[in-house]
Design a protein around this ligand. Sequence first.
Ligand code: SER
Length: 332
Amino acid sequence: MGQSTNTRTMKTILVTGSRGQIGSDLVVALRKRYGATQVIASDRQAMPYTGAKLFAYEILDVRDSQGLQDLIERYDIGTIYHLAGILSAKGEGNPQLCWDVNVNGLFNVLEAAKFYQLQVFWPSSIAVFGSDTPKFNTPQTTIKDPSTMYGITKLTGELFCNYYAHRFGVDVRSLRLPGIISYSTPPGGGTTDFAVEIFYQAIKDGSYTCFVRPETRLPMMYMSDAIKAILELMQAEPAAITVRSSYNIAAVSFSAAELVAEIQKHLPEFTCRYQPDFRQAIADSWPSVIDDSQARADWGWRHSYDLPAIVADMLEHLSPQVGRDTEVLAKK
Ligand code: SER
């Protein structure tokens, strides 16, 4: 399947959707690993001017295939981490746009990967599963009947990836990511966002109104585990990758009530009330616990953060940050 991973990493890396929840952390990790000038960050909007000297940043709408090709040629790109996409809850607000960005964006990236012989990472999601999928220990290969446009675009994308890998030899690799918990950037319109929002509200207000019921149990992962998984998957020998659609990947599964209880160990005064909205039905259609034994066997996946470690680390990093933001607001 084309060049080896080592040869590719000599070339430049392009990250689409670099200002999103995963992109913000992945760009930092890639620059640390491969060198700051080797990683070109891109997103739809201009970067706000911070006064600091910025590393390469380009405006790119992934639906613009010519714009994408221009960047690939200008920077001699060898690998694309294609993160640009619209998440599940936001996608229900504009399903047409969700299809356009998620499906046509990926199509443009895969076409370019075929032509320029690029390696590609693309995130799929637990949203490819649906109500008829087994909820516990969801197997790698099982029923996929997504109920959201987001899930439909991710399932379509998985079929694209598998097709481009087998039909054209494109080295595309993918993970079915669960809800990702992180502190650098707020999440942008997912059903699992409650598991991040709750930390901001716990620190700022001491209370949170959760949009899913307390017993709602979903697969989740801490950002540093997600970054580790992406980097390790991309570095694995091509022969080790037996799944070219997308790998099941898991770390922890917990209910909203268990998350609240863990936060209360640090902030005993914290209270949570529950007011489910349309996102409840989306959450109910997704699995609770994922079987990721294929990823563990093929390329050695192991997660590090369990629920207590995630909560402790989130509070440690967010408390000073949210405290500062609150002070700024109070002064206004
Ligand atoms: N975190 C995503 C979402 O909630 C799932 O892939 O949309």
